[in-house]
Design a protein around this ligand. Structure first.
Ligand SMILES: [Cu+2]
Length: 484
């Protein structure tokens, strides 16, 4: 029988009640037990950083979260085993690794539910925040999609579902529809590409636990949802201890399937297909899966109740044309900042230096020529973003000049900021997070303003909440244009 992963807002049975009971039961188990809540969370990430973060004005740290675990502290051998700290981020393994992770987790919860006297077919639901931008829904329903399901609690637990609450959450709903925007990624044609912004599934890497070069669906909605809920969810070393994590990732996994259902194809690169990852199965025995094993959800025994296309966001034909035109795929940097700068809690502007026109190989019709011309793609790149702590989604704006009105380019989620800024991390080649945003549309809007002159362009960065104890240094901001 095939399991159907359903939208959490459409459940009419006791799925969440049994989930809550299973979480409580799994929390009773020792951190060394693969079927414990703690072990499952540590597969994603584990760390004992003591630096404080704020969630709802209460201080927490990685350390204070992990100290709650049964059997804490775990042995060094377990911490450094091939089973812990395995989550794949900033890589083309992001989607398949998390699909495997969900598959094993779902089986472990389902087994726990049966042991507790529950039904045999427990299935993980998904949190469809993409509905916040679904034009088929009315505004009330759209706003509802931004909220955690009420069973997960607010400032206090829902008394009937104590297992689903977590005190280390910054908030109980997403801040805005822009934090749940699934459409940009869903329009992309390629699973992987040299540019992260045009790559649905991420860029080619080896095993990548800490890297921060995010593909499109990983940045938005994935990272934004993590850091917007914030608290433990905002840090990869604690995120999977929040019960909502699993519903968030079920939705990300659903988006991958929906993207395929739109007629797209995964990469057939053999190094991707053959990559193997280690887990434990529901019988607590070591098990492995390779990427090629998880490309069909039916073969894994499940489907999703709803596809993205049936609740499609408005078709933005311009973006679609851009993404599908392909272009040359070659980009040239035309402007960049010259020194690193600190991000403030208010808006911070980045001063760009433009290359002399002669040196710009990229011809940039979007930046000056007639409206009838098809624009080539222009991308904002943030490189070497380092720091620590959980930072709410950062809005990136462009302005035609210092005094003109700003236009939102997009939001970035600095998920994994602390880890990717740690020199001892496995990704020794890159320091910090690197993010690309497509700025083509925003520049088109600016162009219609009378005082348009490319070299007056301003970029502003603004975090959604006070930074608190978090700190962020942006190594470099640059603008790349597609060579035509
Ligand atoms: Cu995640």
């Amino acid at each position: 029988m095939i399991r159907v992963r359903k939208n959490v807002n459409e459940l009419t049975d006791d799925t969440l009640l049994w989930y809550s009971k299973a979480v409580e039961s799994m929390k009773q188990k020792d951190i060394t037990d693969p079927s414990s809540w703690w072990y499952q969370g540590a597969i994603h990430g584990y760390g004992l950083d003591k630096r404080p973060n704020l969630a709802n004005n209460e201080s927490w740290s990685e350390s204070s979260v992990w100290e709650q675990a049964e059997g804490f502290p775990p042995s060094e051998g377990l911490v450094n085993s091939q089973f812990w700290q395995q989550c794949q981020h900033g890589t083309w393994f992001f989607l398949p690794w998390h699909r495997m992770y969900l598959q094993f987790f779902e089986a472990i919860v389902a087994k726990t539910v049966v042991e507790l006297g529950g039904p045999k077919d427990w299935t993980l639901p998904y949190w469809n925040y993409c509905d916040a931008n679904n034009p088929a829904l009315n505004p009330t329903e759209q706003l509802q999609a931004l909220k955690l399901p009420s069973e997960f609690g607010t400032n206090t637990p829902n008394p009937d579902f104590p297992g689903l609450w977590m005190k280390e959450r910054a908030q109980y709903q997403l801040s805005s529809q822009a934090d749940a925007s699934c459409s940009v990624a869903m329009k992309l044609q390629n699973f992987t590409a040299s540019s992260p912004a045009t790559s649905f599934g991420g860029v080619q890497t080896g095993f990548s636990h800490d890297s921060g070069t995010f593909g499109a669906v990983e940045n938005n909605p994935h990272n934004l949802v993590h850091v917007d809920i914030g608290g433990a969810m905002g840090d990869p070393n604690t995120a999977a201890l929040d019960p909502i994590f699993w519903l968030h990732h079920a939705n990300i996994d659903r988006l991958w399937q929906c993207w395929i259902d739109q007629g797209r194809e995964n990469t057939n690169d053999i190094t991707w297909l053959n990559q193997v990852f280690d887990f434990h199965n529901a019988d607590s025995l070591p098990d492995t899966l390779s990427v090629k094993d998880v490309l069909s959800t039916e073969a894994l025994g499940f489907t999703y109740s709803d596809s993205y296309s049936s609740s499609a966001a408005p078709t933005d034909s311009k973006v679609f044309a851009l993404a599908s035109a392909g272009g040359s795929g070659m980009f040239d940097t035309i402007a960049a900042t010259t020194k690193p700068f600190l991000l403030g809690s208010q808006s911070t502007s980045a001063q760009l230096e433009f290359l002399p026109e002669k040196q710009r190989a990229a011809q940039v019709p979007v930046l000056g020529a007639s409206n009838s011309q098809t624009p080539n793609q222009v991308i904002i790149v943030l490189d070497n973003v380092t720091g620590s702590g959980v930072v709410a989604p950062v809005s990136v704006y462009v302005k035609a000049s210092a005094n003109s009105e700003r236009v939102l380019v997009g939001k970035i989620g600095l998920f994994g900021l602390t880890q990717s800024s740690t020199p001892s991390s496995t990704s020794c080649l890159e320091q910090g997070i690197s993010i690309e945003l497509d700025v083509t549309d925003a520049l088109q809007q600016l162009r219609s303003q009378t005082n348009w002159n490319l070299e007056n362009l301003q970029i502003e960065l603004e975090p959604g909440r006070e930074l608190g104890n978090a700190s962020v240094t942006v190594g470099r901001v640059s603008i790349k244009a597609e060579v035509v």
